[in-house]
Design a protein around this ligand. Structure first.
Ligand code: SOE
Length: 378
């Protein structure tokens, strides 16, 4: 019989739905010592919080996150708020001895991230940051192929995260649903929101980044601010282009933008090694492209691996072979790994400390865009 682990969710947006869905499903598919219980949802807007509680089956509603954290019946706090609240909530939750699952990016910048890391390390609480794409089975398979040594020395890493939803200059900034355009709430624009995913995966697959040089652009300079009612300068980066060097000697190109007309959420990466290459993209997320130079020359070519067999990462826990998984499953996998780690007294990455490495790279990218210089990552 699994033990209950009571979740206190803060926020009710898109990510709160993705995480709540994962908590609800995980024990149906994974054998775990713990079973998440949707104990309480917290949001300032009580009507919205109650509606969320009804739809997802949360047992209770709070309107002040401090009250939620003070509740002795809450084991884990899930932070799905805008980024400007991550630090204060995470530090308070750590001091209260709660486990913490924090939406990405960890914080608005590395200074905030460092305070959060120190708080959770001092408290010794289980923690994770929701960089969910690591746990798409095809991406986990890429990790496996790299660990099996199939790529050999890596020369190149290139990744993009492309969207097009902020092109209209009529789109306001700030407030519910649009806080990602407000620098005070978000910290940065596409660098923290989209490129951070590319960096998290890159650090996981290819090791530390040593230095970056970058340029950013804000194409729409002023937008109506939903909170002040005034037209205000836009403080976020709309697009970001980066050159980077990994400590293993490989070179990288990263790009993220919300101005790539026609692309809604196209995350792609390709890695070129001495012996093989791998490529993946989010619009075809159940496939991994793999080119092995070791294949006999007359049949050498790109393998198009449908990552849906029972010996592929996570897949054996779901349906019968050949039936593919999607975006939502990556969150279920993250919860499963988190709960397994909690049961074994271990950590499941990305921890706050790992996510802080991504934060440091993002800070270096933004600093380089300002100074037009290469910036080393300390
Ligand atoms: C932005 O539109 C966004 O929702 C990001 O915040 C998520 O992290 C990304 O996975 C999808 O796009």
């Amino acid at each position: 019989m699994s033990k209950p682990l009571n979740i206190g969710m803060i926020g009710y947006g898109f990510m709160a739905r993705a995480h709540s869905n994962a908590y609800s499903k995980v024990n149906h598919f994974f054998d775990l010592d713990y079973r998440p219980v949707l104990k309480a949802i917290c949001a300032r807007n009580e009507t919205q919080a109650k509606a969320f509680a009804d739809r997802w089956g949360y047992e209770s509603v709070e309107t002040d996150w401090r009250t939620l954290i003070a509740r002795p019946d809450i084991d884990a706090i899930d932070i799905c708020t805008p980024n400007n609240l991550h630090k204060e909530i995470a530090i308070a939750a750590a001091k209260a001895g709660k486990m913490i699952l924090c939406e990405k990016p960890l914080a608005r910048n590395a200074a905030e991230g460092e305070e959060m890391c120190q708080a959770i390390e001092q408290a010794g609480v289980a923690n994770t940051v929701w960089y969910n794409y690591r746990r798409i089975p095809a991406v986990s398979l890429a990790k496996q192929l790299i660990e099996e040594g199939r790529l050999g020395r890596v020369f190149h890493y290139r990744a993009n995260f492309l969207q097009d939803w902020t092109i209209s200059s009529d789109l306001p900034q700030g407030g519910q649903g649009l806080w990602r355009l407000d620098a005070d709430a978000a910290g940065s624009g596409v660098t923290g929101d989209l490129l951070a995913h590319c960096i998290d995966t890159a650090l996981w697959l290819n090791g530390p980044i040593a230095a970056v040089t970058a340029t950013t652009e804000t194409f729409v300079k002023e937008r109506l601010h939903n909170l002040t009612g005034k037209v205000e300068p836009v403080g976020i980066d709309d697009a970001c282009a980066v050159l980077a060097r990994f400590t293993n000697g490989s070179l990288a190109i990263f790009e993220s933008t919300r101005y790539a007309r026609g692309h809604k959420a196209l995350y792609t990466f390709e890695i070129n090694g001495e012996k093989a290459s791998i490529a993946w993209n989010l619009h075809d997320l159940h496939r991994l492209q793999y080119f092995d130079h070791g294949d006999a020359s007359h049949i050498r070519g790109w393998h198009n691996i449908h990552v849906s067999d029972s010996d592929h990462p996570y897949v054996g826990n779901w349906w019968v072979p050949g039936l593919q998984l999607g975006y939502e499953h990556s969150f279920v996998h993250q919860v499963a790994d988190f709960l397994k780690a909690v049961a074994n007294g271990k950590t499941a990455g990305p921890t706050f400390r790992e996510a802080q490495e991504t934060q440091k790279v993002c800070d270096a990218i933004l600093a380089s865009a300002k100074s037009s210089q290469w910036v080393e990552i300390k």
